[in-house]
Design a protein around this ligand. Structure first.
Ligand code: GUN
Length: 304
């Protein structure tokens, strides 16, 4: 049976480490890092996600607040609110929960957040810096995957990795980091050979790429997409998918992209859903917020 990569336990360890580091920061006389989460509209799942993020922030010592707006807020008003937070020296991190109402241009809104406060790593400058292997704020879900590979000591150097799903906020940054070059990146450098598959990859090809992979990372939101016969014995399987399904009894549960029961008999290591990448994503968002606070502090010291 595969080693279970327990994201819940690892996330707790990372949050405990952060809590200590933030405590020391505050003991040193600095203001606690601060995060503002903006949510527009009433989507219940989004409200739950934001609540979890705020709670995690408070738990580690980050001063966090939710800013709620009705769905009839205009894009112009939202951008004005973001701009006020950009200028507020008491705010280190800004997150705009997605999706936004369909009348808004998400790209425009993400680019309205000051890059140094963009704890989601969605601003074009942060995306560009990531593409260039430069230190930057990186999307938390992608960081969660990379941190799990690192902390569970999954070798990536020269290995074949497949990323299934090419979304700009998840699949793309994962693929970007996996193929980063140690010899010219500042620190990361995973040096894997990376293949990106997506909805138009023929099934036969998807099976073949996955079977050839030492590491399979699936981020599609398609339950049971990754079957046991697609996995090389001993491979590492990271499941980023989270889909809420309702069974015949009317009960809802969360499932990933991977047929966990069968794949765990073949894989060398596997992440569960729930309890895998999900809790790690929240932990990495907290790390990004502390990173933003440190960067802002460094910038302020330079100006003094
Ligand atoms: N909606 C779903 N995932 C995310 C995320 O990582 N960040 C934001 N801002 N919204 C999301």
């Amino acid at each position: 049976m595969a080693q279970i990569l327990d994201g819940k336990k690892l996330a707790k360890e990372i949050k405990d480490e952060l809590k200590i580091a933030i405590h020391q920061w505050v003991q040193g006389g600095l203001r606690a890092p601060s995060l503002r989460c903006i949510i527009v509209g009433e989507d219940p799942a989004s409200h739950t996600y934001v609540k979890n993020k705020i709670q995690a922030a408070i738990d580690v010592g980050i001063a966090a607040e939710t800013i709620k707006y009705n769905a009839n807020l205009t894009e112009k008003e939202l951008i004005a609110a973001i701009d006020a937070l950009n200028k507020d020296s008491e705010v280190d991190g800004i997150l705009v929960q997605l999706p936004l109402p369909s009348v808004m241009d998400e790209r425009k809104v993400c680019n309205a957040v000051a890059p140094e406060k963009d704890v989601d790593g969605f601003h074009i400058i942060n995306v560009g810096q990531l593409a260039l292997d430069m230190p930057t704020l990186v999307p938390a879900t992608a960081l969660a995957v990379i941190e799990m590979l690192k902390r569970f000591k999954i070798e990536t150097f020269g290995r074949n990795a497949v990323v299934v799903g090419r979304s700009k906020n998840v699949g793309m940054p994962i693929a970007m980091m996996l193929h980063s070059d140690k010899s010219h990146s500042s620190g990361l450098g995973m040096d894997a050979t990376v293949t990106i598959c997506h909805r138009y990859t023929p099934k036969k090809e998807l099976d073949s790429y996955c079977r050839n992979a030492d590491i399979v990372i699936s981020a599609t939101g398609v339950p049971n997409l990754i079957q046991a016969n697609m996995v090389k014995p001993g491979a590492t399987v990271i499941d980023v998918g989270i889909t809420r399904i309702t069974n015949e009894q009317g009960k809802t549960k969360l499932v990933g992209d991977v047929d966990y029961d069968e794949v765990s008999k073949i894989a060398g290591a596997i992440t569960p859903v729930p309890g895998g990448v999900g809790p790690m994503t929240v932990a990495m968002l907290m790390r990004n917020t502390f990173q933003a606070a440190k960067m802002l502090r460094d910038k302020e010291s330079l100006l003094q």
